[in-house]
Write a protein that binds this ligand. Structure first.
Ligand SMILES: [Zn+2]
Length: 297
C-alpha cells in the first residue's frame, strides 16, 4: 500500500542540529512502509537574517541524503509501493521575498509544495498565529498564482483564514493544508474551521492531518487523530484527507505514534473504526496522488 506523509522538519534538523536524533530515518521509513515522505525546508524561528544560507544548507542536506542512496522524486505519481521516496517542500515562503524568479528556481530544483507562511509575517501574507485578519499581500497573490501555474502545490497550513479564503476565491487550482486539523474539535488558530474545510474539499483540495498533540487534542491518541479524519470526511473530505505527521518538528507524540515506523498502527486503527479498505488506501496515500493529478499543469 502506498503511504504518504506531507510534512516533516527533518531537513531543518539536519541543517541546524547535526547529529541530533531524528524520527524520520530511512530505517523508520522502511519499517513503516512509507512510500512518499515530503521533506520540508523550514524557515525556522528568528532566522530571517540568513534565510538564503539556511535554505542553501537544506538543499545541500537533501543532496547528501541522495548521495547516501535516498530516492528523490518530483511528483507523487513516481512513488512506488515497497520503496521509500522523498519529495521537497518549503514551510514559510521567505525565500520568495527576493522575487518571483526564486519561485521558478525552486520549482526547477524539485520543490512541489510550499506553505505560504510559517508563524511570521512575510512579503506574501500573514500567519494564523498573528491574529491579523488581512488577506494576501498583492505580491503574495502574484506568487501563489505563479506557484499554481508551474506546479507547486499551495500549502495553507499556518496561513491566516483571510489568506486561505482569498486563495480559494481568486486562484484557479485548489490549495492543500499539509499539516492541519479541525478547529471544531480543537479550537486552535493552526486548525481549520468547518467552513474552510468544506470550501477546500469542495474545490478539490487536500488536508494532511497533523500529529502534534496540541492540535490533535490532549491526551493525544491515535483515536483522536482519527476523530479529525472522520470529521473531515463528514465535511466532504472523502478521498481528500491523509497524513501530515510533523515528525521532527514536534517533541511530544501521540501515544503509539512515535515515528514513521508506527504508520501501520494508524492504518489498523482506521480499519477498527470502520473505514472501508478503499478509504484506508485513500487516506494512506492515494488521496494525495489524486490531489496532485487535480493540480497538474
Ligand atoms: Zn508547521
Amino acid at each position: 500500500m502506498i503511504i504518504c506523509d506531507t510534512h516533516c522538519d527533518t531537513l531543518y534538523n539536519l541543517a541546524t542540529r547535526p547529529g541530533s536524533p531524528l524520527d524520520v530515518t530511512m530505517e523508520n521509513l522502511v519499517k513503516g512502509g512509507v512510500s512518499l515522505q515530503t521533506l520540508a525546508m523550514y524557515v525556522g524561528k528568528g532566522r530571517q537574517g540568513d534565510v538564503e544560507a539556511l535554505f542553501a544548507e537544506m538543499f545541500r542536506q537533501m543532496e547528501l541524503l541522495e548521495a547516501a542512496g535516498w530516492r528523490r522524486v518530483d511528483d507523487p505519481s513516481q512513488a512506488v509501493d515497497g520503496q521509500v521516496s522523498v519529495m521537497l517542500s518549503i514551510e514559510g515562503c521567505e525565500p520568495f521575498d527576493k522575487g518571483l524568479q526564486v519561485v521558478e528556481e525552486y520549482r526547477c530544483r524539485g520543490v512541489r509544495m510550499a506553505a505560504v507562511t510559517w508563524n511570521h509575517e512575510n512579503t506574501l501574507a500573514y500567519p494564523a498565529l498573528s491574529g491579523d485578519t488581512r488577506g494576501l499581500k498583492p505580491y503574495g497573490l502574484e506568487a501563489v498564482r505563479l506557484m499554481q501555474k508551474i506546479g507547486i502545490a499551495v500549502d495553507v497550513s499556518h496561513l491566516n483564514d483571510a489568506g486561505v479564503w482569498e486563495i480559494l476565491e481568486k486562484c484557479g487550482l485548489p490549495p492543500m493544508a499539509s499539516h492541519s486539523n479541525c478547529r471544531a474539535l480543537v479550537n486552535h488558530p493552526r486548525n481549520l474551521s468547518d467552513d474552510l474545510l468544506r470550501a477546500i474539499f469542495e474545490k478539490g483540495g487536500y488536508v494532511g492531518v497533523n500529529f502534534w498533540p496540541t492540535i490533535v487534542g490532549e491526551p493525544a491518541t491515535i483515536d483522536r487523530i482519527i476523530d479529525h479524519i472522520a470529521h473531515m470526511y463528514d465535511l466532504g473530505g472523502e478521498g481528500k484527507v491523509g497524513f501530515g505527521s510533523d515528525f521532527d518538528g514536534i517533541e511530544r507524540k501521540p501515544e503509539g505514534l512515535n515515528n514513521p515506523a508506527d504508520f501501520p498502527n494508524l492504518l489498523s486503527a482506521l480499519r477498527r473504526r470502520g473505514f472501508a479498505e478503499k478509504d484506508v488506501e485513500s487516506i494512506a496515500g492515494q488521496g494525495l496522488l489524486a490531489y496532485y493529478r487535480r493540480i497538474a499543469v
